[in-house]
Design a protein around this ligand. Structure first.
Ligand code: 15L
Length: 265
């Protein structure tokens, strides 16, 4: 497939562009910064919150699918979060409809349900329960994709990613880790699964201590191979571990992340 990868220069983007190319996909990169060394495909240096710039990319390239990874990976005020996660997604979806591109794989986040108390395994049926304005942006982006799935028949898979890291670093990560190799497996499955409509999966490895249901991913062909437990001996305990264990979103659910939605002069 010819796949437009947004946020292609980011930490997940760099891994996914290489991994998807190894699996036979043709990658078109998009980011606000230049292509990393070693990337030799087409590259669009644009902000995907700009609908005209996004439309021009679709007008000049025949695409089969979009992998939307662009977006600020942490907390911000509400308008910035909405721009980063919702406006970018909407700009891509509008261009997809116009150019008959029917598949989008989205870097959703566990923070869309991060304020859920951590008591039982969370399924894809969990109600949206963001822990931050970042999480609000991720929930709203999923809502826009759901709308476009219903209105226009777009296939949209939101991968609610846990903690994408080379290896787990904290006790929480032993549950939330998504390994780089599993991330590529996940995105490839979400790209190629047959007619998912709008679907959600939890983007974590096959962690022994996982809190999230891996079945929704398996239905879509995502079979994780790695397990954070392999690194358990390297993870030191920290004072914050107990408070981070209260909610799915870990530190993002704690009061140090509370802030007003809007910045005032
Ligand atoms: C995310 O979605 C964030 O982008 C990242 O900064 C981490 O907080 C990660 O989730 C996580 O929950 O570990």
């Amino acid at each position: 497939m010819r796949v437009l990868v947004t946020g292609a220069a980011g930490s997940i983007g760099r891994v996914v562009t290489v991994g998807l190319a190894d699996r036979g996909h043709e990658i078109v990169g998009l980011d606000r910064v230049p292509a990393p060394d070693g990337f030799d495909g087409p590259w669009h240096l644009i902000d995907c919150a700009d609908p005209d710039a996004v439309a021009s990319v679709f007008a000049e390239t025949d695409l089969d699918a979009v992998v939307h990874l662009a977006g600020h990976p942490g907390e911000s005020n509400l308008p910035d979060s909405l721009t980063s996660h919702v406006v970018t997604t909407a700009a891509l979806l509008d261009a997809m409809v116009e150019h008959d591109v029917t598949r989008i794989v989205y870097a959703g986040s566990n923070h869309a349900v991060g304020r859920t108390p951590r008591q039982e395994t969370l399924t894809e049926q969990a109600r949206p329960r963001p822990d931050t304005f970042y999480g609000v942006g991720k929930v709203a982006a999923e809502a826009v994709m759901s709308l476009y799935a219903d209105r226009y028949g777009i296939d949209a898979v939101s991968c609610r990613i846990g903690s994408f890291l080379p290896q787990p670093e904290t006790l929480r990560n032993l549950s939330t880790w998504l390994s780089p190799d599993d991330c590529v497996r996940m995105v490839d499955a979400a790209l190629t699964t047959t007619a998912p409509g709008f679907a959600v999966l939890y983007g974590v490895s096959a962690n022994t201590r996982a809190w999230w249901d891996l079945e929704p991913g398996r239905w879509l062909g995502y079979e994780p191979q790695d397990d954070a437990e392999e690194f358990a001996g390297t993870v030191a305990t920290r004072g914050e571990d107990e408070s981070e264990a209260a909610y799915v979103g870990g530190p993002f659910a704690l009061s140090e992340f509370y802030r007003p939605a809007l910045d005032r002069a």
